[in-house]
Design a protein around this ligand. Structure first.
Ligand SMILES: [Zn+2]
Length: 468
């Protein structure tokens, strides 16, 4: 089965091209705004313009209003048409959405294959229309993220030139077709998602063993907390400055920088996390991925007074959707959702409902006495529900193998301090008389000196020469 992936490649533009691209992005946004206005006036007349009507409206504008390639303008019209269609479909599903209305300031530029973009004389040319100079770029190298092979340029689709907010530079978005990985087995893996442990995955390995992988989200939480604190303090300073003043501008720039850095770090974190989850999925030959449905948990938390303000912030900044998407891309599987109510409270052995405190789950039924990690319990229950349709007790002699992983191999401050303490203790131990004696016994210094004198640096008059 084929699937489309998009490679994001940062590019550096020459000063003139940078200015041209910047201006064109603004113009692209203006055209979008004009097109939405056109749609709204037509809708007030109870008419429903199609994407071709929008296209006719845009191409009928005078030439100097749209200094872009004709296809770039067409794509703006088609994008708007698609956005209206999607909003309508979502409204039918009962979601509260409006058809596009927001005024845009910046929009990416699209270049169609063979017309908008072309490769000649060792350069990639992006056209801004007839009689206008092009944007010339060195030909980027696109790697297939699944196979790690180079994708030739004739397999690329419609290229977009976008402003990348994270790296604060322009980047090319190049779509290409690739094979979807196919799972060799037919196992079911259940995922319990959370804030402290973003993913806990459970799979039946054989009739008596469940493998659980719990991935810790400490690195991600640390990045978010650091960002929130930095932005909070900048915001407090900003509130004391005058809008437009030098200080105000500086603080705004600092805020952007903090945001950009944190989002780049979080992107990396989400990728590392989903890679570890994907490894569990692939090694256990999974054909079906099921997750507990926690979508929309972040909504209306204040209105319904469900959680406190710290938890509210954590919930609204939870990048669960992104992590799910990355996992889907890495495994080639579609994630399904299922109602997970009570999954982390129910005992998987006797189905008693307990209220766990902390991360450890202990069954209060005296005849059972089951204990396990709380997130492992959640994922096991979701797994049973995914297979049997309801919570079914696992056998009494079922073995649960829990693996704890950290999404990113980074040390916490406590760990680093502990390590430093151990290191300094070691150093102190080495300086003790007993150790000094041991060091003096082994003639480690002499061969070193001999080596350095025969080495390539021997001709250079170093400290050795001064000694001699
Ligand atoms: Zn129990």
């Amino acid at each position: 089965m084929e699937t489309t992936r998009t490679a994001v490649i940062p590019v550096s533009l020459s000063a003139a091209d940078y200015r041209r691209a910047h201006q064109a992005c603004h113009i692209s946004a203006q055209l979008w705004n004009q097109a939405t206005d056109f749609v709204h006036t037509r809708q007030k007349e109870h008419k429903d313009p199609s994407k071709y009507d929008i296209q006719h409206f845009l191409t009928a504008l005078p030439e100097e209003c749209r200094p872009l390639h004709a296809h770039t303008t067409e794509i703006i019209a088609h994008d708007l048409g698609e956005a209206i269609k999607t909003s309508r479909a979502n409204r039918k599903k009962g979601m509260k959405v409006r058809s596009p209305w927001r005024k845009k300031n910046y929009r990416p530029l699209s270049f169609t294959k063979g017309y908008g973009w072309r490769i000649s004389q060792g350069k990639l040319h992006l056209s801004l229309g007839r009689k206008r100079s092009r944007i010339d770029l060195t030909i980027p190298v696109v790697f297939d993220s699944g196979t790690n092979e180079v994708v030739p340029a004739d397999l690329w689709g419609e290229i977009q030139l976008c402003w990348n907010k994270d790296s604060r530079c322009f980047s090319l978005h190049i779509p290409y077709e690739t094979e979807r990985p196919v799972s060799p087995g037919d196992n079911v893996t259940a995922i319990d998602e959370g804030i402290i442990n973003p993913m806990a995955l459970a799979t039946w390995v054989d009739d008596a063993t469940i493998c659980v992988t719990i991935i810790n989200g400490r690195g991600g939480r640390a990045i978010k907390r650091q960002r929130n604190k930095a932005i909070g303090s900048l915001q407090r300073k900003l509130s004391r400055t005058k809008i437009g003043s030098k200080k105000h501008r500086r603080l705004q720039a600092a805020k952007k920088k903090v945001r950009a850095k944190a989002s780049a770090q979080l992107r990396d974190f989400d990728h590392q996390l989903s890679r570890k989850a994907a490894n569990h999925v692939i090694t256990h030959c999974t054909a079906k991925l099921i997750a507990g449905d926690v979508r929309g948990i972040e909504r209306k938390t204040k209105l319904e007074r469900r959680v406190g303000r710290h938890m509210r912030q954590q919930l609204s900044q939870w990048s669960r959707g992104t992590q799910e998407r990355y996992l889907g891309e890495k495994t080639g599987l579609d994630l399904e959702h299922l109602n997970e109510s009570g999954s982390s409270k129910t005992c998987p052995k006797c189905l008693t409902r307990n209220r766990p405190s902390g991360r450890h789950y202990r069954c209060k039924n005296p005849a059972c006495g089951f204990t396990c990690h709380r997130d492992a319990v959640g994922s096991i229950n979701i797994l049973q529900k995914a297979i049997h349709g309801t919570y079914v007790p696992i056998g009494t002699d079922t073995e649960i193998c829990v693996t704890y992983l950290r999404a990113t191999e980074r040390w916490s401050l406590d760990q680093r301090n502990a390590h430093r303490k151990v290191q300094s203790r070691k150093a102190r131990a080495l300086s003790s008389a007993q150790n000094r004696a041991r060091w003096e016994e082994t003639p480690a210094c002499e061969p070193k000196l001999a080596n350095s004198s025969t080495g390539p640096d021997s001709s250079v008059p170093g400290p050795l020469a001064t000694v001699a």
